[in-house]
Each structure stands twice: as C-alpha cells, then as structure tokens.
Design a protein around this ligand. Structure first.
Ligand code: SAM
Length: 341
C-alpha cells in the first residue's frame, strides 16, 4: 500500500521549505552522501530544510511501515509513551501518532540544535497535542540516563552517525524500553549488518523478536545477502522539484527489527522477504520461517488461499494456511524469483 505524509506535516514542510537553489544544491549533496552510506551532514539551516524536503518523507515511510507491521501483529497494543532517539525533525513521532493517536507522552533526543528547531516548527502544526507538546532533549544517545521506561522506543536512520558506539546505545535504549524497541536503518547491506548485530545483542539481553522475523532463532540470511523491505511513498510537488524527479512516488528500502520485553504470539506463517513471483497458475514466495528461508508455491487450484496470496506483499506475512505447504529452499539460487530491485 502506498502511503503519504500526514497532510499537516506535508503542508508544514512546504510552507517552511521553498524549492530555492540553495535547498536544491543541499539536496544534491545530501543524496550523494546518502548513496555513499555516509551520515547526514546537517551544518546549516539549509541542510535541515533539505533533509525535511528530501529524506524526511522517505524515513517517515520506512518507520511507518515497520510500525504498521507491529500494529497488524498486535492490534490491541496501544502505547501511551514514546521515546525517539536521533529524532531529527521528529519523524518517528509523526508516524507513531498516526498509528496510535492515544500516545500522550513524547520525548525526543536529538543533539543537533538546528534539527530541534525545525522539528519544533513542524510539530507546532500538528493536530495532536502530544506532538505539539513533545519534549525535545538536546543530547547524545549515549548520554541517556537510566530512568522510567517508555512503551515504545524508536531509533531510526542514525547509521553512519554512531557506528562504534551503537552496541552501547542499543543497550541503553533497551534499558528504557517497557514495551517495544524499534530500530530502522537503510535497506542496504551495511544497514542490515547493523540491524542483524542489534538483533543478536537484543536476543542476548532477553528480548523477544516481534518483526520482521517470525522467530528468535539465528538469522538465516546468508552473509552475501541482506534482509530488507520497501515502502512506496507519494512524492509531493516540493519533493519532485528539489530532486528534479518526475515520478509521483519513490520507494524507500529499509531494514528493521522490533524487539519486545514480553513474549508475543508467534505468527503461524513466514515473513515474505522478496517480491512474490506471479506466474499464470501459481505464486511463488520466498519466506523467512523458524525453519530457515523457504520457498512456498501457492496454486490457483487452492482458490481461497490463492485469493489471499494475491494480496500478500513483500514485507507482509504469508497467509496462515500457506505456512503448511512449503519446500525448503537452499540459498537464493532458485529459478522462479525476481531480483528485488
Ligand atoms: C539521518 S537523521 C534521522 C532522523 C530521524 N530519526 C529520521 O528517521 O528521519 C540522523 C539523526 O541522528 C542524529 N544523531 C547523530 N548522532 C547522534 C547521537 N550520537 N545521538 C543522538 N542522535 C544522533 C543526527 O543529529 C540526526 O538528526
């Protein structure tokens, strides 16, 4: 499903950020750094505007998609408090409030003063009191003290900004997590490496994996591969101007992990980890399961299941009944699957 920024956020960005030459130039530089896997360099107000116009919609899409998987797995779970670390302009808070409007307390940790200023300007336009009244703490993630726990803790897209210190930061965040901890990074081999290492660390700390993995076993993804997903987001006219792109949408690739303090019901089926391959009489899925990565073929002859399978997407869970019909797949070298990009 395509998603869009909340209307108020989109118009707040458009009111604040004009497609000036300076912003277009800053977007060009930022996109070069992003493609090279480098951290965001936010040294001026123009840089933060470029971030809001160019990256914020994409990171919003990825965070929203990860949180949406949580909501579909735990439909009765409704967090009241949120901590977002490396919050930037408050992206995760906008996504979380869209899904769980009952959140009443939001704390954001962000060391960059210009980002905080931008985040506050955007937040002022939100219909949610929790966003307008969010507390911004100018601090480094590593300095987060012990303290009361939050229902939901998020850290997204800080890759390249704290790599060596990340294990310590993840432990600190886990210490402040009362419910779920959600970590999101770019859907690149490097982004996935971080997420896989975070997953191992969290499992060692006693965390239960909620998503995307339908299990807490060793990650079965091979060393030369990477588990990632894709979320499509509509491009506003501002985005099209600053990126000189004509397409009305873009696809953001991301990797993520959601860890829980409590045991959560395990899905019966597996997580679809590639675009399904649709053939005339059947659909082929590649899925991650507690038994490893499997290839599942759903035939048109199985009418009910086939109907459900047609709606199943890369990133979602396979329809439950399909979990019973699998052939084990060795590696990725099967004939039927599309390369995902
Ligand atoms: C690429 S932005 C991501 C912002 C936001 N999470 C999002 O997804 O849109 C990375 C942010 O992490 C912040 N950051 C970098 N190092 C940090 C650290 N050590 N502790 C906390 N935040 C940090 C940066 O200032 C920047 O705002």
């Amino acid at each position: 499903m395509d998603i869009d920024l909340p209307l108020e956020l989109r118009s707040a960005i458009e009111n604040l950020v004009g497609p000036s030459k300076r912003v277009i130039e800053a977007v060009r530089e930022m996109s070069g750094r992003y493609r090279a896997g480098e951290g965001t360099c936010l040294e001026s107000e123009t840089d933060t505007y470029a971030y809001a116009a160019y990256r914020m919609p994409a990171t919003y899409a990825a965070i929203y998609a990860a949180l949406e998987q949580v909501r579909s797995l735990l439909p009765r779970w409704s967090p009241r408090s949120l901590l977002d670390v490396g919050a930037g302009p408050g992206t995760a808070m906008w996504a979380a409030l869209t899904l769980w409007p009952d959140i009443t307390k939001v704390d954001l940790v962000e060391p960059n003063q210009r980002m905080v200023k931008l985040g506050k300007q955007l937040a002022a336009r939100s219909p949610y009191e929790a966003i307008r009244r969010a507390r911004w703490l100018r601090a480094d993630a590593e300095s987060i003290p012990q303290g009361p726990k939050y229902d939901l803790v998020v850290m997204a897209y800080v890759m390249g900004e704290m790599d060596e210190r990340r294990p310590k930061v993840v432990e600190r965040l886990w210490g402040r997590t009362g419910g779920l901890l959600v970590l999101v990074e770019p859907g690149t081999p490097a982004g996935f490496r971080l997420i896989r290492a975070d997953r191992e660390r969290l499992l060692a700390l006693g965390a239960k994996v909620v998503a995307p993995c339908p299990h807490g076993e060793t990650c079965p993804v091979e060393e030369n591969d990477w588990c990632h997903f894709s979320q499509r987001i509509a491009r506003s006219s501002l985005q099209r101007k600053v990126k000189s792109g004509e397409l009305p949408y873009e696809d953001e690739k991301f990797s993520y992990i959601v860890a829980s303090r409590e045991e959560v019901p395990k899905p019966v089926s597996g997580r679809i980890i590639r675009h399904p391959h649709i053939k005339p009489g059947h659909i082929i899925f590649q899925v991650c399961t507690p038994r490893g990565i499997e290839r599942v073929v759903i035939s048109r002859k199985d009418k009910d299941l086939f109907r459900q399978a047609r709606d199943a997407r890369w990133g979602s869970l396979l329809p439950e009944k399909a979990g019973l019909r699998h052939d084990r797949q060795e590696g990725r070298g099967d004939e039927g699957l599309d390369p995902e990009e």
